[in-house]
Structure formats: structure tokens, C-alpha cells
Design a binder for this molecule. Structure first.
Ligand code: SFD
Ligand code: AMP
Length: 618
């Protein structure tokens, strides 16, 4: 069959039009007035990514105009929450710019809640402000649409193109339109990957009829990691997957409840179980348990221990707060504007939080770079504050030249959330424009051969199906191909059982990880035979391939770090303690694109913020 190829040449290519991608498209235009800027999105940017349903809070806002917080404070907060290990240069850089992004959201029409007494933005917590955010995503999408030369919706990017003149330099990206089946080639001087995090890597709690219900967006499929990993970019902290405390079955977030409604948790006997686990947790992590606020992973840890000890179910005590009609409204609106499914679950299970304390759960793990976790690409920091090991010319550039990242894509910079991801997109775009202006993107060569090879690879699952379907033995079973859903469930089982998922109470060790790697290798082999009956299934096939590559990287990292740094996210049973002496460092991986083998190394953690202050004081 002849297939149409659509070719586009551009200067800045933004892959993914979520929070970071829209920020990147907007800022690229600001600095690059005459540049050709293209944004390519798997869904439709009006309602794509993690913010598709809307949000009820902006979780990262300093409030510098009112002297509420300074970027240094945010660095200390993120460092504390991540048990000491973050890229402080990246966090500081994001924090010093994030307020200006939030101010633009308001200008563009995002309804912000205001504190009636102070006139300031209504605080939910120290870092979080409250919004009527059902339309958050269409609002930022509009800014991107006005900025980019063209937005391509419904195109999934599957591979990055590489320059054939200069080694280790990006040359664009390729993908397909999942509605028309056209093949799309984007030759670009710079590429900003902003393709979101990854859910459905580990087996979710909601299976069978509930499958598709997860906390992080079910369509976040790890392209943000697989694209750079495949071309040999270095990754960092990929073992730092996140587990979240969520309302049971609807995965409704807890932040507004804990912080604004001041609700609290208790075990089935009405006890404060967190206190019970204090001494035992101290044996594992030492003084980190005394830090304030208690790191997210350690709050999970107490929850998991209590449940394993038979103290469940754990409840959120809402009955008190919901007596206040205002807080009751906030409690419901929080979900109606962000996670409608939670309100539906409560309605369907006869749970009115005014009269019944709803149950909580701990989620399956997700791979992300923007929440209380920092998995992602190893990128250059900003020139004014990054130490030499963290700096190679252009802010947010990966170790592949011309390839930038932002949002969930970028590792080391936790607690960015929606606003910080958008901000990081802006920072990456500014640097990408500078890279072009300084003539670093000259004479890139991407041959027709390279593009033709990818064309064959991308559409192969359709071919696999067309040939293999003649052998279907019953239902969907065929000896010659596996379907994307079969492959996904196999991946989730491997990750769940061997890499620390829910079924094993997040426990893993060297032996299980090695077995997991072996099984993942075989899955990779079998994915050569994944079959797609239509273009939608072709997308599923590529989502699965990206999830699998991401999973391999997560597993390699988990094997490398011989300690339990974040109890409550996962446990290395063979190294149950936090080990600052040997592991107060960041982990880096690189997958050799030719052999597929990963190599691992350690990178230093610099505590820039307090070092700077110590120097100034002395
Ligand atoms: O409280 C391809 N988040 C919250 N952030 C907040 O600021 N406040 C909240 O209240 C938040 N809460 C929350 C949040 C997320 C979710 C799902 C819920 C609740 C239910 C977190 C933020 O949403 C998150 O930090 C940012 O959105 C991250 O931004 P970014 O840009 O890194 O990811 P994205 O927005 O998902 O966008 C990714 C885009 O890429 C597309 N894409 N396009 C082309 N080709 C491919 N191969 C692609 N792969 C992916 C996606 O479609 C998407 O548009 S609370 O619970 O934390
Ligand atoms: P969540 O709704 O759990 O995604 O969290 C939203 C925001 O609130 C994030 O910034 C969290 O770090 C923060 N948060 C959630 N629960 C707590 C808590 N118990 N204590 C302090 N911060 C919290």
C-alpha cells in the first residue's frame, strides 16, 4: 500500500502540547520572532495531557510579589521532600520564574480564587493556590496556538531523527497521524520533548471493568523518556517512581483535603497511625523522619506499614470539615473540576463525606518528573548557577545536542507541577532559540533513507496483524502476533511482581530485578510481533513500546541504587536502609542505541542554596 508522507521543515519542534509544550511554544515565539515553530500533539492540545480534565489548584506558586516565599525556600522544600536528592540549580531556576507564568495564566482568563481579606491569591497550602481550573488546559492551549506556526493534533511522535553529519545531534522527529494513517516527518534544528509522564507501567489497582482509571492520566505513556533514551540521552533518578496517597477507587487527589480542608487520616480503630511507625521509620531513614513537612514517601510508608499490620482500611476524616458548608462545597468542587470520577465513585458507593469518612489507598507507581518525584532526562542547568558537572551550554538541553526537555521529561527538578512544567517549557524554548541563533544547528543532515527506514518500522504492527490474523485460533488469540493490550498486561505484571508494584507492597531486590530485566528483554523481542488492526491500535502499539523502554530504564536504575532511599515509593529488601554514605548522589544511565545495553554511573548532588548562603555568611 502506498502511504502518504507529509514533510515539514522547522526551527523549533515541540513534541507534546501539554503544560510544558504549550509553555515552550509560547516562549519560542517570544524569543524567535522569525523562527518556524511547530508543535506536534498525540491528542488535541485543547484537552490533552495530565491537565485535560482541569485542575483545582496551581501547586507551585512562590508569591514573591507579597514576600510569601522565595525560590531558595522552594529548593529546600523539594530537597526535603525528595530525601535530599534534587538538582537544586534546576529547581531554583524554575522557582524564580514560575510566578510570572502564573500571572500570565490570570491575564489569559484563568479564574483565580482570591482571599477576601488580603486580596492575594487564595492559598491552599504554603505552595499551592486555588483556581477554578476546569478550563485551565484550553486557556494555555490558546496561547500556544497563537504562538506556533502550526499545531499538529492527533500525531504521535514515535522516534527522533538524528543528524548524519555530526554525531549525537538531533535532526527532528517522525510519527503518524492516527486518524489518516499518514506518515509525518519533521526535520528540525531543535527538538523540545514535552511528552508527559508515564502511567500504566505498573499494574494498576483498577483492572477489568475499571481499567483506564488511574491517578496520573492513562494516556501518559512514557514517550517523554523513551524518545531520549532511544537516541542515547542520559537519564537520571529513574528509580524514583512515585506512589500517591489517593481516595480509593477514583484516585482523587488529597492535597486540597489535607491542606485547605484540614482533614486528617486515621486507621480503622480511629487511631493516628503515623505516630505508631515513627521509631521504626527512624531506624530506616534516620533524621529524615523529623523533617517538616514529612516527606511524601514517608507518609506513604506509615500508611503501607499500618495496612500490612492489619490496621486498614485507612480513612480520611472528612465528617468534621464537611459540617462547614463552604468547605463542603470546596470538597466536592475540587473533584468536579479535576477528577470527576471520584465524585462519581462516591455517588455510586453511597459515600457522602459529610456523614462517612471515605477510604484512602496508595496508588500503583507512576514515572514522572513534575510531582513529588523527579525521574527524567539529565539536562544542562542554567549558566549562572549550575556547577560545571551540571552545565553544557544550553539550559534544559539533554546530553544529545539540540534535544531539550521540559516538565515530566526533565529529571532532578521535583515539585514543578502544572505551573512549573509550563515554566520549564519556557526556559527550554528560550535556550533552544539561543542554540539556533548561535549557529549550533547548522548543516544538519537527515537523509531520505533515515526517514524511509522509520516509515517501515512505524507501520510494521499493521503488517504483523494483516499477515497474522489469518491464523487467529479464537477470539483475539493468534500464534503470530500479540495485541497491544496483551503486551501491556504482560508489562504491568512484570513491573508489578519484579520491580516493586502494589501486589508486592512495593518490595523488590537484586534477584527479582534481574529476573524482571530478563523478562523485559523477552517482551522487547516479542514486541517486534505486536499487531495493530487499525491506526488507533497502532498508537497503542507504540505507546506500549515506549512504556517498555521506560520500564527497562526504571528497572536498571532500581537495580543500581543499592539502598532504600524512599520507603513508601519502593523498598530494596536486600538494602532496607537509607545509605547517605554511599548513595547521597544522583544516578545516571545511558542506553547505547546500537547495542541496547545500559551503563550506569553516579553523579554528585550539590546543595547549592545553602552552600551559597554559607559562603555569603563567612
Ligand atoms: O494535586 C505526545 N497535576 C497537578 N498540578 C498542579 O499544579 N495542581 C494540581 O492540582 C495537580 N494535581 C493533578 C495533576 C495531574 C493529574 C493527572 C491530576 C491531578 C488528576 C500535575 C500536572 O498536571 C503535571 O505536573 C503537568 O501537567 C506536567 O506537564 P507536562 O507538560 O510534562 O505533561 P502533560 O501536561 O501531561 O503533557 C504531555 C503532552 O504530551 C502529549 N504526548 N504528543 C506527541 N507524541 C507523543 N509520543 C506524545 N506522548 C505524549 C500528551 O498527549 C500531552 O498533551 S495534583 O493531584 O497533583
Ligand atoms: P496531591 O493532591 O496529593 O497531589 O498534592 C497536592 C499538593 O499538596 C502537593 O504539593 C503535595 O506535595 C501537597 N500535599 C499533599 N498532601 C500533603 C500533606 N499531607 N502534607 C503536606 N503537603 C501535602
Amino acid at each position: 500500500m502506498t502511504r502518504k508522507t507529509v514533510l515539514e521543515d522547522c526551527d523549533v519542534l515541540v513534541v507534546g502540547g501539554g503544560m510544558a509544550g504549550t509553555g515552550a511554544a509560547f516562549e519560542a515565539r517570544h524569543w524567535g520572532r522569525d523562527l518556524k515553530i511547530i508543535c506536534v500533539e498525540k491528542a488535541n492540545i485543547d484537552r490533552s495531557g495530565a491537565v485535560a480534565q482541569g485542575l483545582y489548584a496551581i501547586n507551585c506558586y512562590m508569591g514573591m510579589q507579597w514576600g510569601e516565599n522565595q525560590p531558595e525556600d522552594h529548593v529546600r522544600y523539594a530537597r526535603n521532600d525528595l530525601m535530599g536528592l534534587v538538582r537544586e540549580d534546576l529547581g531554583y531556576d524554575m522557582a524564580r520564574h514560575v510566578d510570572s507564568a502564573v500571572h500570565m495564566f490570570e491575564e489569559w482568563g484563568l479564574p483565580m480564587m482570591r482571599n477576601k481579606e488580603t486580596g492575594r491569591y487564595q492559598r491552599e497550602g504554603k505552595w499551592q493556590i486555588m483556581i477554578h481550573g476546569e478550563s485551565y488546559k484550553p486557556i494555555v492551549a490558546e496561547a500556544a496556538k497563537k504562538s506556533a506556526d502550526k499545531i499538529y493534533n492527533r500525531i504521535m511522535i514515535t522516534h527522533l531523527l538524528m543528524d548524519e553529519e555530526k554525531e549525537n545531534r538531533v535532526g527532528g522527529a517522525v510519527g503518524f497521524n492516527m486518524r489518516t494513517g499518514d506518515y509525518h516527518v519533521f526535520r528540525a534544528k531543535t527538538v523540545i520533548v514535552a511528552a508527559g509522564g508515564a502511567s500504566h507501567i505498573f499494574k494498576p489497582r483498577a483492572v477489568g471493568e475499571g481499567m483506564g482509571r488511574t491517578w496520573y492520566a492513562p494516556w501518559s505513556n512514557g514517550s517523554a523518556y523513551a524518545l531520549p533514551i532511544a537516541v542515547g540521552a542520559k537519564m537520571t533518578q529513574m528509580e524514583n517512581r512515585i506512589v500517591l496517597c489517593r481516595f480509593k477507587d477514583g484516585y482523587g487527589p488529597v492535597g486540597a483535603y489535607f491542606l485547605h480542608l484540614k482533614t486528617y487520616t486515621q486507621n480503622a480503630n480511629g487511631e493516628n497511625y503515623e505516630k505508631k511507625w515513627y521509631e521504626k521509620t527512624k531506624e530506616l531513614v534516620g533524621e529524615y523522619i523529623d523533617h517538616h513537612p514529612t516527606p511524601t514517601c514517608l507518609r506513604n510508608h506509615a500508611f503501607i506499614q499500618e495496612t500490612m499490620a492489619g490496621g486498614g482500611p485507612i480513612h480520611m476524616v472528612t465528617k468534621e470539615a464537611f459540617q462547614d458548608p463552604h468547605l463542603e462545597t470546596v470538597g466536592w468542587e475540587n473533584f468536579l473540576g479535576m477528577t470527576v470520577g471520584q465524585a462519581v465513585v462516591w455517588a455510586s458507593q453511597n459515600i457522602d463525606p459529610k456523614y462517612t469518612n471515605p477510604e484512602l489507598t496508595t496508588s500503583e507507581p507512576y514515572v514522572m518528573g513534575s510531582h513529588a518525584t523527579c525521574s527524567g532526562a539529565w539536562v544542562s542547568g542554567p549558566e549562572d548557577i549550575a556547577p560545571p558537572e551540571y552545565f553544557w551550554g544550553y539550559n534544559r538541553m539533554t546530553t544529545v545536542e539540540g534535544l531539550f526537555g521540559a516538565g515530566d521529561t526533565v529529571g532532578g527538578s521535583a515539585h514543578k507541577f502544572s505551573s512549573g512544567s509550563f515554566t520549564e517549557g519556557r526556559l527550554a524554548a528560550k535556550a533552544a532559540v539561543k542554540y539556533i541563533e548561535e549557529e549550533k544547528a547548522k548543516d544538519i543532515k537527515v537523509s531520505d533513507n533515515q526517514c524511509e527506514d522509520f516509515k517501515e518500522i512505524i507501520f510494521k504492527p499493521l503488517e504483523n496483524y494483516t499477515v497474522g490474523r489469518n491464523e487467529i485460533t479464537g477470539g483475539t488469540v493468534s500464534p503470530s502476533y500479540i495485541s497491544p493490550i496483551q503486551g501491556l498486561q504482560r508489562l504491568q505484571k512484570i513491573m508489578d511482581e519484579y520491580v516493586g508494584g502494589i501486589s508486592y507492597n512495593y518490595m523488590t531486590n537484586e534477584n527479582t530485578l534481574k529476573r524482571g530485566l530478563e523478562l523485559l528483554d523477552w517482551l522487547q523481542e516479542d514486541l517486534e510481533n505486536v499487531g495493530a488492526e487499525d491506526y488507533h491500535q497502532l498508537m497503542r502499539a507504540w505507546e506500549l513500546k515506549h512504556r517498555t523502554l521506560t520500564s527497562q530504564c526504571v528497572t536498571e536504575h532500581t537495580l543500581f541504587r543499592q539502598e532504600t532511599r524512599w520507603p513508601g515509593y519502593y523498598y530494596r529488601g536486600d538494602y532496607m536502609k537509607l545509605d547517605d554514605e554511599n548513595w547521597h548522589c544522583l544516578t545516571l544511565s545511558r542506553r547505547d542505541p546500537k547495542t541496547g545495553k545500559f551503563t550506569m554511573e553516579k553523579a554528585p548532588v550539590y546543595h547549592i542554596v545553602d552552600e551559597k548562603e554559607k559562603k555569603e555568611a563567612s
